[in-house]
Design a protein around this ligand. Structure first.
Ligand code: SF4
Length: 317
C-alpha cells in the first residue's frame, strides 16, 4: 500500500481530514509527521534561508521528519483557496523550496490550486492528485466527494467550540465553567502548534479561561462581516482573523484578545495593526505576541500572566 506523507504544519490544521479521507478512499495509507519537537525545528532551521518565517522553517522540519516514512509527500502549491482571495506567497513556492532545500526526498506530490478566478483549478488539482493512485476518474470524484463531506463535518465540530486537533480526534464539546473568555487569533499553524506557540492555548485553559479562536466562528459570519470592510481584504487568513476579531468584539464574546504572530510575517504586521486599532476603539484589551525560534518561554509566560492579571483587575471593577 502506497504511503502518503502529510506534514503536520501549515494547512494541516485546516485540511487534514479532507486530505486524509481523499487519500484513504484511493487506497493509500496516510502518514503524518510527528508533533513538533526541538529536533524538527532545528532540522527546518538548518535547511531554510535565515529570513524565512518560523512556520516555513517548521514546515521544512516536518518534511524531513517524513522523509524515510513515506513513499510520497503531499506538498500542494496553494495560490488561492477562495474566489478573489490569495494566501501568502510562501505557499506558492513551497514545493520548489522543499525540493531544493532538502536532499534525499521521496516523490513530492505537487499540484497547483488557484481558485482566485474559478473553482475549475480545484477540479484539475483533484484529478491530477488522484491519478497518482488510480486511472479511474469516477473513483477519484467519489473519493473527493467523501473528503468534502468529512471536511464539512470537521468545520462544524470546530464551530461547536473545538480546536482542529480536538475536532480531528472526535472530541465532544465540553461544558465550560470558566472565569473569563479570551479570543485567540492568528494563523492556525501558529496558534495550534503546541511547540511553537509554547502551549499558549493549553496554558490559558489551565488557568480556567475559555478560548474562542477564529476557526470556531462560522464561515458565513466571517463573510458577512468582511463584506462591510472599507476595502476588500484579499488575504484569506487576514480576512478571517479581522472579521473574527470584529465579531468577538461587537458581540462582547470576549474579555480580551491575544494575537499570536510569527516574527517576520508581513501579513500579520499589517493585519495586527488594523485589528489593534479596531479593538482600541471598542475598548477591548489586546495583546500582540510574537514568536520565532529564539523566543524564550519565560518571556511569553510573563506577557500572558500580565495580560490575565490586567483582565482580572478590569473585570473586578
Ligand atoms: S502568512 Fe506569514 S507566517 Fe504564514 S507563511 Fe506567510 S509569512 Fe509565514
Amino acid at each position: 500500500m502506497l504511503k502518503v506523507g502529510i506534514p503536520r504544519a501549515f494547512l494541516y490544521y485546516n485540511y487534514y481530514p479532507l486530505w486524509k479521507t481523499f487519500f484513504e478512499e484511493l487506497g493509500a495509507k496516510v502518514v503524518v509527521s510527528d508533533p513538533t519537537t526541538k529536533k524538527i525545528l532545528d532540522d527546518g532551521v538548518k535547511c531554510c534561508v535565515d529570513d524565512a518565517c518560523l512556520p516555513l522553517k517548521l514546515f521544512h522540519g516536518h518534511v524531513i521528519n517524513l522523509k524515510d516514512k513515506a513513499d510520497v509527500i503531499f506538498v500542494p502549491r496553494l495560490v488561492s483557496v477562495r474566489k478573489k482571495e490569495y494566501i501568502c506567497p510562501k505557499f506558492c513556492g513551497l514545493p520548489d523550496m522543499v525540493v531544493n532545500n532538502i536532499k534525499g526526498l521521496p516523490d513530492i506530490l505537487d499540484v497547483t490550486v488557484n481558485m482566485r478566478s474559478s473553482p475549475v483549478s480545484l477540479v484539475k488539482a483533484v484529478v491530477e492528485t488522484g491519478k497518482y493512485f488510480t486511472g479511474d476518474c469516477r473513483r477519484i470524484y467519489r473519493a473527493f466527494g467523501r473528503a468534502v463531506d468529512e471536511h464539512r463535518e470537521f468545520e462544524k465540530r470546530m464551530e461547536s467550540g473545538l480546536t482542529p486537533l480536538e475536532a480531528m480526534e472526535g472530541e465532544q464539546n465540553r461544558n465550560f465553567n470558566e472565569k473569563m473568555t479570551i479570543g485567540l487569533i492568528g494563523h492556525p499553524y501558529n496558534i495550534y502548534d503546541s511547540y511553537s506557540s509554547m502551549k499558549l492555548l493549553e496554558k490559558l485553559r489551565a488557568r480556567g479561561i475559555k478560548i474562542i479562536t477564529q476557526d470556531m466562528i462560522s464561515g458565513d459570519i466571517v463573510d458577512n462581516i468582511a463584506r462591510n470592510f472599507s476595502k476588500p481584504m484579499f488575504w484569506s487568513f487576514g480576512k478571517k482573523i479581522m472579521a473574527s476579531a470584529g465579531y468577538m468584539t461587537e458581540n462582547r464574546l470576549v474579555d480580551g484578545i491575544i494575537y499570536l504572530v510569527a516574527f517576520g510575517c508581513g501579513l500579520d504586521a499589517l493585519v495586527g495593526d488594523l485589528v489593534e486599532r479596531k479593538l482600541r476603539k471598542a475598548g477591548i484589551p489586546f495583546c500582540f505576541l510574537t514568536v520565532d525560534e529564539h523566543t524564550g518561554e519565560a518571556g511569553i509566560d510573563t506577557r500572558i500572566e500580565a495580560f490575565i492579571d490586567m483582565l482580572e483587575r478590569r473585570n473586578a471593577v
